[in-house]
Design a protein around this ligand. Structure first.
Ligand SMILES: Cc1cc2nc3c(=O)[nH]c(=O)nc-3n(C[C@H](O)[C@H](O)[C@H](O)COP(=O)(O)OP(=O)(O)OC[C@H]3O[C@@H](n4cnc5c(N)ncnc54)[C@H](O)[C@@H]3O)c2cc1C
Length: 637
């Protein structure tokens, strides 16, 4: 396996334009001769499918929900970044680029990030043209707020429902193309494998989730926009259905998996309340624009918040990071919360919580303004906790939220399997070791509306792979493998539910490969995960049949994949003997407890090749060169 990043030469600002000029094109009249499979109808997949169809390609789009509108992207709350500089507060494409590279702790490709910042401005125009109702100022201009890791206001938002509104925009574009006949939509259809013929991605094998029928679809190129794998932790802010199956099975067919250990723990989630819980809820980072984070100064202080006088409160983010205060980036804010809870200063039952307090903001701005800005988030919090955040501070704690790792892609968003492209959260691309808030929507839409539709023509025009159809023996072979795996799940009839395995895996991942990791813990996890996997294949109970809607069967496939991916995450975390962004190895920290990078030895993307043996994948390194941003210890003080 060879990693060719295909980063264009020339000055940073000109790379993308130059590359677009140099890439091969497909003649407009020839586009309809090509079929492209897009798996995923979230912001990345939905925008890509609609745009590719607009360009004239024949598109088949797949999702496991009953409607593209239910993709996990709909959950995104806070906003989407763009370097529009509407506030005239010093923003620019270069500043967004710089903030993103620094925010990712210098573990992303400069060229990709610069392109992302350039395209960010087009995304807003595209979405406004579609009618996305972004918040506006009194005078009609689009409003902005701030997100972590930035000192400017560049986040566009639609109350606390930005993902939903953006997805409705992409969905309308998609449905228009469905009606025109350019896109065929396959809802309730799960991709269970990738078919590679003569070294190229030529199609997928899917299961109809209603009838259980297993079928193949052939194409000239395959695009995965299948989201992140945060649910490996069992408890996360992701939708319950989000999973790694599509990218994991593509990995096992030859696609390198990059930086699997880079996961984001979000600092502002509603704390875990008990063993029965199956999901965690995010309180958007946007709340930190006005909410102040604090804990009591004294360990073991259990007084209700209104009885802790101002002088006995520790606004620890404002104290430790005066320049960024409550808007310190997520990795830093999460670790700071963990640190105060480890000192016994956490709040709420179990002591795993910190306050997010709006009392000052309500006094300064009035309750009406706060309601206008965050009303739906406050309501959500009140419904879940039965506490009124207008009256008492919210309690929050870090939780697994986003995965920066994913399938390795080159500058064209193509994986190490020619013809297999990966977009959105499913690829590893632009966020390095820590994603800044409001940058995932930006990346997913940059990939889907703008980058992939340009770069895929280069592949199609050069590959000239010729026609193929599902009667090809390789499709038949993969279909048989998928059917056999399904049969196997149903035949085990063991004693434990799929969920019980998932919960146990999640606990191992959270304890040993979560907010903090160390060599001993990772070694322990690497001992326990294969044991758990072995028990799973011996003792799982999947009731029902494969000829009907069977959610236990669906989950079994996904959890089986998590049980393999979890091991790769721990191997990756173990080999990276440094701390960077969300990857905090306890052995490598500064005197102040901040992440201590080792640029001499680890300024690379770790891309793992599947060898057939889960215990010994092969590591490939893509060196990261920093020509424009000076490598420095990240400081938000
Ligand atoms: C609670 C929450 C709030 C967030 N808020 C923000 C925010 O304010 N700003 C921001 O920038 N980011 C935010 N994020 C992150 C952001 O929402 C996600 O990174 C982004 O929406 C992912 O989009 P996607 O298109 O890559 O994947 P998804 O939206 O997850 O879509 C995946 C698609 O792939 C399909 N799929 C997956 N596997 C298969 C398969 N095997 N077969 C068939 N189909 C499959 C699914 O059906 C779905 O259509 C938030 C995340 C969470 C969890």
């Amino acid at each position: 396996m060879e990693l060719q990043s295909r980063i264009p030469s020339g000055p940073l600002e000109q790379k993308w334009d130059k590359h677009r000029f140099e890439m091969k094109l497909v003649n407009p009249a020839n586009k309809r001769k090509y079929t492209i499979i897009v798996v995923g109808s979230g912001l990345a997949g939905g925008s890509a499918a609609a745009t590719l169809s607009e360009l004239g390609y024949q598109v088949k789009c797949f999702c496991f929900q009953d409607s593209p509108r239910r993709a996990h992207s709909i959950a995104a709350q806070g906003g989407i970044n763009a370097a529009k500089n509407y506030r005239n507060d010093g923003d620019s494409v270069y500043r967004l680029f710089y903030d993103t590279v620094k925010g990712g702790d210098f573990r992303a490709r400069e060229a990709n990030v610069y392109r992302l910042a350039q395209i960010s401005v087009n995304i807003i125009d595209q979405c406004v043209a579609q009618g996305v109702p972004f918040a506006r100022e009194y005078g009609g201009l689009l409003a902005n707020r701030s997100f972590g890791g930035a000192q400017v206001s560049r986040t566009f938002y639609a109350r606390g429902q930005t993902g939903q509104q953006l997805l409705l925009g992409a969905y309308q574009a998609l449905e228009k193309e469905v009606a025109r006949g350019g896109v065929t939509m396959y809802p309730r259809t799960e991709m269970l494998d990738l078919v590679v013929i003569d070294g190229r991605a030529r199609g997928i094998v899917v299961r109809d989730m209603i009838t259980g029928a297993i079928k193949s679809h052939a194409a000239d190129a395959v695009v995965l926009g299948t989201g992140g794998y945060g649910n490996v932790f069992y408890l996360s802010t992701n939708a319950k259905g989000s999973n790694a199956t599509a990218i994991w099975r593509a990995h096992k067919r030859g696609a390198a998996f990059a930086n699997p250990c880079y996961t984001q723990i979000h600092p502002t989630c509603i704390p875990v309340s008990g063993e029965y819980q199956s999901k965690l809820t995010l309180m958007s980072e946007s709340l930190r624009n006005d909410g102040r984070v604090w804990v009591p100064k004294r360990a073991g202080d259990h007084r209700p918040p209104d009885q802790v006088p101002e002088s006995e409160r520790d606004y620890y983010l404002e104290r430790r990071y005066p320049s960024f205060g409550n808007l310190a980036p997520r990795d830093i804010a999460s670790r700071a919360a963990k640190a105060v809870c480890d000192e016994g200063r956490g709040v709420g039952s179990g002591g795993l919580g910190v306050y997010l307090d709006f009392a000052d903001a309500i006094k300064r701005l009035g309750v009406g303004t706060i309601r206008e800005r965050y009303g739906n988030l406050f309501e959500m919090y009140a419904r879940i906790t039965d506490e009124d955040p207008y009256e008492v501070p919210m309690r929050i704690f870090p939780a697994a939220h986003y995965t920066m790792g994913g399938l390795w892609v080159d500058y064209n968003l193509m994986s190490t399997i020619p013809g297999l492209h990966v977009i959105g959260e499913a690829n590893f691309s632009d966020h390095g070791a820590n994603r800044l808030g409001a940058s995932a929507l930006m990346q997913g839409l940059a990939d889907g509306y703008f980058i992939l539709p340009s770069t895929i023509s280069d592949y199609l025009a050069s590959a000239k792979a010729g026609p193929v159809d599902p009667s090809h023996p390789e499709f038949r072979r993969v279909e048989a493998e998928v059917a056999e795996r399904t049969r196997k799940f149903l035949s085990i009839r063991g004693k434990r539910t799929v969920d019980s395995f998932h919960r146990e895996l999640g606990r191992i991942m959270w304890d040993k490969c979560g907010m903090a990791r160390n060599a001993a813990g990772l070694q322990e996890a690497l001992g326990r995960i294969p044991e758990l996997r072995e028990e799973f294949w011996r003792n799982v109970n999947v009731p029902g049949s494969d000829a009907e809607l069977n959610q236990a069967l669906e989950k079994a496939g996904r959890v089986a994949d998590f049980l393999e991916l979890g091991e790769l995450m721990c191997l990756d975390a173990l080999q990276r003997k440094e701390s960077c962004g969300g990857h905090f190895r306890e052995e490598y920290q500064t005197e102040d407890g901040e992440a201590l990078r080792d640029d001499d030895n680890f300024a690379y993307v770790a891309a793992w090749e599947h060898t057939g043996d889960l215990r010994s994948p092969r590591l490939h390194q893509e060196a990261l060169d920093f020509e424009y941003v000076h490598l420095a210890q990240r400081s938000y003080r």
